[in-house]
Design a protein. Structure first.
Length: 413
């Protein structure tokens, strides 16, 4: 039995023992309090008061429903439209709720129905609770791969990340992180059937099916190649196939629902293109054009090449060996997916949070166990603390410059 196989036999309850779990929850609480203070200050003292409706809902909660939160509120209170809204020409599709996935607003609607609170309160509560759950799952996954202190460092930097305030506003970052981390952990542990189910749920929460499917494929192939040392039972082959099918269906389920409800086969893609003025997205071109717009035709390409080189160095070097095959594949596959499919702008800050395994590398805790430099614990803690402090300072800028809305229009976070 290999070291990786031995780790998979360790019960989850041992990885999430009471002391470790208490540290994770304490760290997450402190970081959420810090983010809450930043949000509170901007909401009460710097946000243009015209965005508030004068209702009895506290200002903080109204502030927490800005931007994407308004779309989720519309979905929670009104549902999805049966017809795609079009412009004056009758053909161009306008921005509409079909661009936003349903699990989060449906959970908020459930809380509203049970408690009678407004969406602003329910959305914040759901996001915050799911954020705690995500932190626990991320911590367990990372502990299995890089050990106790590496996991705590990774969770700390994740919670301090510039766009981490979205873990406690009406956004889907908490939900997406929870489902993704759970799917990755199940794939690492080769719990194929459960991984298939969670992968399907991601298809109703965030469009990450393609890179997640790549991880499933790589892990399945690695398991098959190791069949000489550990034979694959017939039933496990069925589970491996289920994991692959689950990831594949995850990428199709929401476009299929949009087609079914509206009667328009490409309802989802047409809706997504409305955020680009009706232009279709050509793979890789938006990222290249954005880089060239920011830095010039030549320098923009150089910046992209350097960024790709840094990513490959970070993920493939021995300092990331402890992450294991699945997490390294995720980092490369998801980054490539963002480069190919995203029209990158200010929302990139949020999307990059799902590269959470890289925080372990950044903290210097990604080495394989028993390998790497023998760094004193105080030095590792100091390094993580300094990085977290810098990220919190960046949070101030992120909330001030991006989450704060300046009428009549502004860049979205």
């Amino acid at each position: 039995m290999t070291v990786a196989d031995a780790r998979r036999t360790v019960p989850v309850r041992r990885l999430l023992d009471a002391r470790f779990l208490a540290l994770v929850l304490l760290l997450w609480t402190v970081l959420r309090l810090v983010s809450g203070v930043i949000l509170w200050q901007v909401a009460h003292h710097h946000q243009d008061q015209s965005v508030y409706d004068g209702s009895s809902v506290p200002v903080f909660f109204q502030f927490a429903v800005l931007w994407d939160g308004q779309w989720y509120e519309q979905i929670a209170t009104q549902g999805y439209p049966g017809r795609l809204p079009t412009g004056s020409d009758g053909t161009s599709v306008q921005q509409n709720p079909w661009a936003f996935y349903p699990i989060f607003p449906l959970l908020a609607r459930g809380v509203m129905a049970l408690t009678g609170v407004s969406f602003a309160v329910a959305g914040v509560a759901v996001a915050t609770v799911l954020g705690y759950a995500a932190a626990v799952v991320v911590a367990g996954l990372l502990r299995e791969q890089v050990g106790r202190w590496g996991a705590l460092a990774g969770v700390t930097l994740l919670g301090a990340y510039p766009s981490a305030p979205t873990f406690q506003v009406a956004y889907t970052e908490s939900l997406a992180l929870l489902l993704l981390a759970a799917a990755l952990w199940l794939l690492v542990r080769q719990r194929w059937w459960a991984a298939a189910l969670v992968a399907l749920l991601t298809g109703l929460a965030r469009p990450v099916a393609l890179p997640l499917g790549l991880v499933a494929l790589v892990v399945v192939v690695a398991r098959w190649r190791g069949r000489a040392a550990r034979p694959v039972p017939r039933g496990e082959y069925a589970g491996m196939a289920a994991a692959l099918v689950g990831c594949g269906l995850a990428g199709l389920i929401w476009p299929a629902v949009a087609w079914w409800r509206t009667g328009v086969p490409d309802a989802y893609t047409r809706t997504m293109s409305s955020w680009r003025g009706g232009e279709s997205v050509t793979p890789f071109l938006p990222s290249i054009e954005r880089a060239q717009w920011l830095w010039g035709d030549v320098l923009g390409l150089v910046v992209l090449a350097v960024g790709a080189g840094l990513l490959l160095t970070a993920v493939l070097g021995p300092w990331a060996a402890g992450l294991g095959l699945a997490l390294r594949t995720w980092c490369l596959g998801y980054a490539f997916y963002l480069f190919a499919a995203l029209d990158p702008w200010t929302s990139l800050y949020r999307y990059l949070m799902l590269l959470f395994p890289l925080f372990v590398v950044l903290a210097g805790a990604g080495w394989a166990r028993g390998a790497g430099p023998d760094v004193p614990r105080w030095a590792a803690l100091t390094r993580t603390g300094v990085l977290a402090a810098l990220m919190v300072a960046w949070q101030v800028w992120w909330v001030w410059y991006l989450f704060q809305f300046v009428p009549p229009s502004d860049y979205p976070p």
